[in-house]
Design a protein around this ligand. Structure first.
Ligand code: FNR
Length: 369
């Protein structure tokens, strides 16, 4: 049957993938409350569309950190894409480039920064996990820069791995025919089997739990690439990130895979946008599955959104064609949402086009006395 929306790829991926792989992609942390809430919170935001506006031409283009892209829909870093499809990150890179948008490559990709760069032109960001061994980090950042990556997305919500119980039950580990390609030459590319999640053990062995704001400054001494801080969900940390030199903020709860019972990202977005005061762009990821979700995020002040799971699920189902289709479906839905809301460019999307549960009730005529 024809796939007509992004969510449908999840069931197809579930049928196709080994259980260990599907569970790793799909899971959230602990009770998975935040996982559901990332979706549910979007459904509580409603539209206030405007009518009788000429919407015969709609411009969805935007500029992110100086780079012009076709739409405010980008690809979040998701690890180990070759578990989904043999072409893995190559397919994702090609699909992003064909759609005229940005791909973020995970530190834990099963293809290296150089390999992804070799797929052809495209605007790409590199997601960084900071290892205890800072020489490893410095080398990797330099390699990404040399390979033409344009920004670093520094993930700050993972000093330890969240408790993903399916991965513990499955004794999740990277299949033996794959490696974390960026670390292969450094002898850090393999993941040992463990008595729980192999990834959780890898993180506790390699990732630097001491990471702090001073390291955001340190990173700026080793690269000229702008740094996006990924994983901010409070006003306090927004101000600190800007003070520390962040070029942008990604409101993210890691796809609900880290701390459970944090709010949905769409619920945290406006607090961050207000604290940023327009000094740096604010982006969002988490639960975006519809063009209407993209519109809601922009109405709340986001400059763009990133998608995670839809990429790995569509990759598992149909490889590069699947990822292309996901980007196209979101693009078409977003364009339709703009048209039906009376917006012809991203600038015209305003806070008044939506209503949230935290808005004061609109003025109603008082009781007649
Ligand atoms: C992730 N995410 C992630 N984030 C990161 O900074 N580095 C990484 O390597 C990964 N890997 C990863 C793997 C998988 C399977 C998932 C689902 C997620 C988090 C990701 O970048 C993003 O924050 C969320 O996926 C966004 O939520 P949705 O779109 O998946 O709901």
């Amino acid at each position: 049957m024809e796939v007509t929306n992004v969510t449908e790829y999840q069931a197809i991926a579930k049928e196709k993938l080994p259980k260990m792989v599907y569970d790793y992609y799909a899971s959230g942390a602990e009770d998975q409350w935040t996982l559901e809430e990332n979706r549910n919170a979007f459904s509580r935001i409603l539209f206030r569309p405007r009518i009788l506006i000429d919407v015969s031409k709609i411009d969805m283009t935007t500029t992110i950190l100086g780079f012009k892209i076709s739409m405010p829909i980008m690809i979040a870093p998701t690890a180990m894409q070759k578990m989904a499809h043999p072409e893995g990150e190559y397919a994702t890179a090609r699909a992003a480039s064909a759609a005229g948008t940005i791909m973020t490559l995970s530190s834990w990709a099963t293809s290296s920064v150089e390999e992804v760069a070799s797929t052809g032109p495209g605007i790409r960001f590199f997601q960084l996990y900071v290892y205890k061994d800072r020489n490893v980090v410095a080398q990797l950042v330099r390699r990404a820069e040399r390979a033409g990556f344009k920004a670093i997305a520094l993930t700050v919500d993972t000093p330890r791995l969240g408790r993903r119980e399916a991965d513990i039950k499955n004794r999740f580990t990277l299949p033996p025919f794959l490696t974390l390609k960026n670390f292969e030459g450094l002898d850090l590319g393999k993941m040992d089997e463990a008595n729980d999640s192999g990834l959780a053990s890898y993180v506790s062995g390699q990732i630097d739990r001491t990471l702090s704001w001073k390291d955001v400054k340190w990173l700026q001494t080793i690269t000229t690439m702008p740094i996006l801080v990924k994983g901010v969900i409070t006003a306090e940390d927004t101000r600190l990130a800007i003070q520390a030199g962040a070029a942008g903020i990604i409101v993210s709860n890691h796809g609900a895979r880290q701390l459970d019972y944090v709010p949905a990202t769409i619920s945290a977005l406006e607090e961050v946008v207000k604290a940023a005061q327009g000094r740096v762009p604010v982006f969002l990821d988490g639960g975006v599955r519809r063009g209407t979700d993209v519109f809601k995020a922009l109405a709340l002040g986001a400059s763009g959104i990133f998608i995670g799971r839809p990429v790995v699920f569509s990759l598992a189902a149909e490889g590069e064609a699947g990822v292309r289709k996901v980007l196209q479906m979101l693009r078409d839905e977003f364009e339709l949402t703009m048209a039906l809301s009376g917006c012809t460019s991203l600038r015209e999307i305003t806070r008044d086009h939506i209503v949230t549960e935290w808005d004061a009730p609109r003025a109603r005529p008082g009781p007649r006395l």
